[in-house]
Design a protein. Sequence first.
Length: 137
Amino acid sequence: MSRDALYLVRTGRHDCFDRVVFDLNGMAEAGFAVSYVPVVTSDPKGDPLPVPGGAALEVVVRAPALGTDDSGRMLAATGDELVTTPGWPALRAVRFAGSFEGVSTFAVGVRATLPFRVFTQVGSQDRIRHVVLDIGH
């Protein structure tokens, strides 16, 4: 788990994959879990959180969302659509499913059940940690 706040979700389109990057405000290690699920549920309430596409990835980053620390700003409200990419080969949308007890959950809509990889890296210049999700086309 990281105490550094997750403050930004961004996406990128590449030749062989679509990318979702979760940025944490610091360089501490951050755990994650990613899997295909029938439907992502909001955290902590448990309401279904549908996303466009033929498959849903549940992304759990073991870091609090910005706004749950002393910063006073919110990353998003539970259920907010952070990204929509209807014309991309793999990625369809990213929704914020909530942050509870230092763990942030996201629903990622994907065209179909496609291969993916997840890893972390530290930015060399920006002193932040990235949790990176690549979804193959």
